[in-house]
Design a protein around this ligand. Structure first.
Ligand code: T46
Length: 137
């Protein structure tokens, strides 16, 4: 799928319990984030989130705990990604219809975004998304 890719962060594990994952802005990350948000309180089988595309926003999404499925659609190709590694994020470029679903209980998502929240950047209607993709070419 166009406009997506993986981002693997350093993950440090030693004789203690715990894994320490690191993202240095300007180093590992492909952009300087302006916003961080996280989604908590997910229950097993929680409903579908996402169901939109962004016109400009770039993001990286991580699953810090538990697992969920990230479904991507660039208007031509679709891909399902099982998210479970705490140090491997998916880069979500603009023009990608994405949904998050099939959450495990206790799943926690972390997202870094390259800009502030702006509702006008969202395309929340799938037919509108396909039309936008067609006009963009
Ligand atoms: C995305 C996926 C991965 C704000 O006011 N500020 C914010 O920074 C965000 C992220 C959301 N909101 C408001 C907008 C809605 O009224 O919170 C409400 C729920 O947002 P939304 O339905 O867009 O949530 P998700 O989980 O479907 O999508 C979120 C992000 O909004 C979106 O950009 O790519 O996570």
């Amino acid at each position: 799928v166009k406009h997506s890719g993986y981002l693997e962060l350093p993950r440090i594990v030693d004789e203690r319990d715990g894994a320490l994952c690191i993202a240095e802005f300007g180093r590992q990350l492909p952009f300087e984030p302006r916003r961080l948000y996280y989604i908590t309180n997910l229950e097993s089988g929680s409903s579908i989130r996402g169901k939109h595309a962004h016109r400009k926003l770039r993001q990286v999404i991580f699953c810090l705990s538990g697992c969920f499925t990230l479904s991507l659609d660039d208007g031509r190709n679709k891909q399902d990604i099982l998210m479970w590694r705490d140090n491997v994020g998916v880069i979500l470029g603009p023009g990608l219809w994405h949904t998050m679903h099939s959450f495990s209980g206790g799943c926690v998502l972390l997202v870094l975004a390259d800009d502030y929240y702006d509702e006008s950047d969202y395309i929340r209607d799938y037919d509108g998304f396909l039309k936008w993709v067609g006009e963009r070419k």
